[in-house]
Design a protein around this ligand. Structure first.
Ligand SMILES: Cc1cc2nc3c(=O)[nH]c(=O)nc-3n(C[C@H](O)[C@H](O)[C@H](O)COP(=O)(O)OP(=O)(O)OC[C@H]3O[C@@H](n4cnc5c(N)ncnc54)[C@H](O)[C@@H]3O)c2cc1C
Length: 387
């Protein structure tokens, strides 16, 4: 049964639903059980042009706005699929688009748009720095026409399934810059050349199937022409992309929440216990209604943030609140759905436990809830900075 929600971009959503219909729960269960990358699904999205939605038409993309991209990601997750397998392509590409040279854009963007090149990997997190990105240790030093990079990245998702990786490194030690976020630079690393020549990828086993990895970098040579923008200002470029990332992840969370709600409504109508559908009990229907109301409210914030982003207005607080509220709405819906399914919620064939595990990620990544609350406290409410 379909349930009413903010059906913007009806044509795009319809097309996404049709593509996703070829990838039912059984497909995702099999991938989950084998920790396998959903390549066929990502290929289908690429061929349909969904992953190049944000690439301008002059580079072969569809040149759509962030709201349309958000609708695509929401619809993927609402269909029971997992946009986490490929969402980075949408927001990582923004750094290249906004700060890359013409030569870099002409080389990479058309190939990303037509699917010849995959830009799915984004190496920021490291084992020792945690959320404190200013303390990353991976470093690059210039030698003639190239840079030599050394260090280690952690949680670099999809690196084994990407041709390119956006990599944040230090080009000046933290001790030698006045602002700790200065002295960092972004490179575009061609993984096809780098693996085995200074770069090693090791998969990490996790509670969800997310193809995440650990990357060891030992004297990796990267051409200087692969530096994005100006040396030393890379952190600003990454920050620039964060509002888009928060909004798009928020949209995915809305999609998950809608999947849980639809699944719970269907089950609550079908499952008969004590000679009546369990959905007749207010103890079951109220949590579903509450999850729906929370999802609608969070969706409004996601839409508002996306609209402000598209209009070029300041949207840091809206983007952060959108991610916070949407991640909370999807997690509350996940809990509700598991509870409504009783024991069957634990049976893999219902897909609820898998989606439940997947929805949990967004309390932690790409930014943990605490740091969004800190952002609101400090930047919106004027409270003292806490870290
Ligand atoms: C499946 C998965 C995929 C990921 N994919 C990528 C990727 O592709 N690329 C990438 O670069 N990273 C990726 N990440 C990393 C992710 O962005 C980080 O895990 C996340 O930012 C949190 O960092 P951390 O794990 O180092 O936690 P830490 O920074 O060690 O923090 C641990 C806990 O302490 C809390 N905390 C720490 N300091 C404070 C403070 N001052 N105030 C309040 N609370 C605090 C945090 O909120 C968190 O709950 C991924 C992570 C996972 C789990």
């Amino acid at each position: 049964m379909a349930h009413a929600d903010g059906e913007t971009f009806a044509d795009i959503r319809d097309a996404v639903r049709k593509t996703c219909a070829a990838f039912p729960g059984s497909y995702w269960r099999e991938k989950d059980e084998n920790a396998a990358y959903p390549k066929e699904f990502v290929d289908a999205l690429t061929q349909a042009g969904f992953l190049s939605a944000l690439i301008p038409e002059k580079y072969g993309g569809s040149g759509l706005g962030l709201s349309a991209a958000a609708a695509i990601l929401e619809e993927i997750n609402k269909s029971g699929c997992n946009a986490g397998a490929c969402h980075a392509q949408m927001y990582v590409m923004g750094t290249l688009l906004r700060h890359g040279s013409d030569a870099q854009k002409n080389t990479f963007l058309p190939a990303i748009a037509n699917g010849t090149l995959r830009l799915q990997a984004f190496g920021v997190s490291e084992p020792t720095s945690g959320t404190d990105t200013g303390s990353i240790k991976t470093s690059a030093r210039r030698e003639g026409d190239h840079y030599i990079i050394n260090g280690q990245k952690l949680w670099t998702s999809r690196a084994e399934h990407s041709d390119l990786m956006l990599l944040l490194v230090r080009t000046t030690p933290k001790e030698d810059v006045s602002k700790r976020t200065d002295g960092m630079s972004v490179f575009i690393v061609d993984l096809r050349e780098a693996v085995g020549r200074g770069l090693t990828i090791r998969p990490i086993k996790t509670m969800i199937n997310h193809s995440t990895t650990e990357i060891f970098i030992d004297d990796l040579k990267v051409p200087a022409e692969n530096l994005i923008g100006k040396e030393g200002t890379g952190f600003r470029y990454i920050l620039d992309g964060m509002n888009a990332e928060r909004i798009l992840i928020g949209a995915e969370c809305i999609g998950d929440a809608r999947w849980f709600i639809n699944k719970a409504v269907d089950y609550a109508n079908e499952r008969i216990v004590f000679d009546r559908p369990i959905g007749q009990n207010q103890g079951i229907q109220f949590p579903i209604a509450r999850a729906y109301a929370a999802t609608q409210a969070a969706d409004l914030m996601v839409q508002q943030a996306a609209t402000r982003f598209e209009q070029g207005l300041e949207c840091g607080s809206e983007a952060n609140m959108a991610k916070l509220l949407a991640a909370d709405a999807s997690w509350a819906a996940a809990e509700m759905c598991l509870q409504a399914h009783g024991g069957f919620g634990f049976a893999r064939e219902y897909d609820v436990e898998r989606k439940w595990r997947e929805a949990r990620l967004y309390q932690i990544a790409p930014i943990s809830t605490n740091f969004i609350l800190s952002y609101i406290a400090e930047h919106v409410l004027g409270l003292p900075r806490s870290y």
